[in-house]
Design a protein. Structure first.
Length: 94
């Protein structure tokens, strides 16, 4: 297996990992802004990247490579499966 890396990538993320993540973002991901507002101060905005999946291992894989956190969402209906949301905010999301 070829262990190609992008030139200048300090973390050594493999190009295949980045390509797979791009596909996940295309199908199950979103990119946006997270607004934070504190009383008496101006609002600040941070980049947000999120992938929602029913496969916990996939969310853990993303967290292992890019950091961030995982939130479990239990289904309201017994017909649905548990959803795992991986999110990366602030500097690492951009």
């Amino acid at each position: 297996m070829v262990q190609a890396t992008l030139q200048g990538d300090a973390q050594g993320t493999r190009i295949w990992d980045l390509a797979y993540t791009a596909g996940l973002m295309d199908g199950d991901g979103s990119i946006g802004l997270h607004r934070q507002h504190y009383r008496g101060r101006n609002a600040s905005y941070n980049a947000l990247v999120q992938v929602s999946t029913v496969h916990r291992g996939l969310a853990e894989w993303l967290q292992g490579i890019f950091g961030g956190h995982i939130v479990e969402r239990k289904p309201k209906s017994p017909r649905h499966r548990t959803q795992w949301n991986w999110t990366r905010r602030r500097d690492g999301a951009a």
